[in-house]
Write a protein that binds this ligand. Sequence first.
Ligand code: CTP
Length: 413
Amino acid sequence: MAQEPSKIEALAGRRVLLVVTGGIAAYKALELIRLLRKAGAGVRCVLTRAGSEFVTPLSLQALSGDKVYSDLFSLTDESEMGHIELSRAADLVVVAPASADFLAKMAHGRADDLASTVLLATDKETLVAPSMNVRMWQHPATQANLATLRQRGVRFVGPDDGDMACGEYGPGRMAEPAAIQTAIAGYFAQPRPLAGRSALVTSGPTHEPIDPVRYIANRSSGKQGHAIASALARLGAATTLVTGPTALADPAGVTVRRVESARDMLAACRDALPVDVAVCAAAVADWRMAEAAAHKMKRGDQAELSLRLQQNPDILAALSAAGNQRPALVVGFAAETERVVELARAKRARKGCDWIVANDVSAETGTFGGDDNTVHLIAGDDTETWPRMRKQDVADKLAERIAERLGAAAEPS
Ligand code: CTP
């Protein structure tokens, strides 16, 4: 049997973009670069202006063996490596040390220097090693920023408790370089059973125009679909997320296509074929206007108004019947408010998909828009009821099941 690679070995050949922000711990970034390079990873550094008060570009350059980037408006830098490309060419973005100010910028999506712009533009996962005074760390503003970033999937290592340069004691000291190296290696050592596979996920509501200013929509937040896309990508699948309008950030490492209406969603899904697995988690509007008005409909003196609606295409059914383009595994969702499993089974048969994830969306469950979900996975004649859990955990568990199923399908018989 092949030897399980040790975590540190997972660093070989990986590219890390290291963002060094202002803090006394910036000197520890030098040791981190040394450790990463020793383990075979490539390191490219972005240094903030505040960071350069603590560590020089020359030291970072000498240890990383690469140019150090710091200026958003440098023509030389932009022509060599634009800030978008800089954020994309890496396998992982690491911020060490991350000051309280930089965490605030990340949480609020500011982009007023190269480092913050890179963080906003990246499609890669981010690992952050905070470093600040204990009171700054404990301040509700910093804690709220952390909660926001965690919710967006940003990973953290540290901070540690300890004596601080400012003479106080408590949490806020940056994790040691070896611990950060281990966290980075841990990220790369995660199993990727879906590597080499492709996935399509639909998410969010659709908007169906009534006239140029009004539309038909529903209460879907897109949280479940986005979490599934993110979970599949984490397991290594090349994932396309086709999403209706939501307030959510694009999941890291996922190709995102934004659409408005059901018809646009269907077209974008067809464009994404062929894929190995499709998961339809979108709450597609069942109806659209038979004819959307070209101009704003005037209220006039009408006490009542009837809209003539027409049924939208069923994306799940279309993907399930896509002939030789049909994904090997098609998974639908069933949003029900009564007789959940029974109606979901009938829905699976009607739509021709392989699995259906049934959830109770009656108002008292808080599923629509909420963070939790209670689901039943219906695969053929088998029904599994999962305990109430976070949508993120439903996504991880579903992605694991998908990986098992595709893995089993690929085994020689
Ligand atoms: N779905 C779809 N396209 C549609 C409607 C639904 O792809 N036009 C998909 C959803 O993404 C979900 C599944 O079909 O995976 C079931 O959606 P749901 O709203 O529960 O069912 P409906 O088809 O709308 O059926 P009903 O209104 O009878 O519950």
